[in-house]
Design a binder for this molecule. Structure first.
Ligand code: ADP
Length: 173
């Protein structure tokens, strides 16, 4: 039974988790038995939310999405993606594709990862058209400028964004 268990890894920064990410997670749980959502420490990107905050938001949102299909686990990582996948026994890395702009980077990543481990496959998923254009970066920009992020995140994440942006703006950024 456990030998046949298909483990998938969905890695990202999730700063913060958006409806685009949740759309991909809903699709990913149809393909694997156990989905690990890997939250990258990603210090170089200077995230708006701490690792703990990002993990708590992902956990809060993702727990309801398995729908009895797969189990979901949220884990942080701060190592080479392929090494992390190996440590989990994951045979598949799941990534979302938004626009052509994502393609170039993802193409290179897959080519490199294939050289590092030939057993791990990367599978790309596309979100529903309503969610395809959503990116954490733009959602943060909208929130920092006082715009409405409700169409792009859950209410809880929108609330956390508003709060964090208030703090940032109060601190003169
Ligand atoms: P990263 O820093 O790895 O880009 P992100 O948190 O921005 O992390 O994204 C994690 C994954 O989710 C990536 O594969 C990204 O392409 C995908 N993704 C994010 N938003 C969307 C979306 N709206 N539609 C499809 N895929 C998405």
């Amino acid at each position: 039974m456990s030998a046949l268990r298909r483990v998938g890894l969905y890695p990202g920064t999730f700063d913060p988790v958006t409806l685009g990410h949740l759309d991909i997670i809903k699709r990913a749980v149809k393909l694997v038995d156990h989905l690990v959502i890997g939250v990258a420490t990603n210090a170089p990107k200077a995230p708006l939310f701490s690792l703990d905050e990002r993990m708590a938001m992902v956990s809060g949102e993702a727990s309801a999405l398995a729908e009895g299909r797969a189990t979901i686990e949220v884990k942080s990582f701060d190592m080479l993606l392929v090494k992390f996948a190996e440590s989990l026994g994951a045979g598949v890395i799941l990534r979302g594709l938004r626009a052509v702009s994502d393609f170039e980077y993802e193409f290179q990543m897959v080519a490199m990862n294939q050289r590092l481990n030939t057993e791990i496959e990367t599978v790309f998923l596309m979100a529903d058209p309503r969610h395809q254009a959503i990116s954490s970066r733009l959602v943060k920009e909208i929130a920092l400028l006082g715009g409405n992020v409700a169409p792009f995140t859950s209410p809880a994440v929108a609330q956390a964004l508003i709060q964090r942006c208030k703090e940032k703006n109060a601190n003169g950024r």
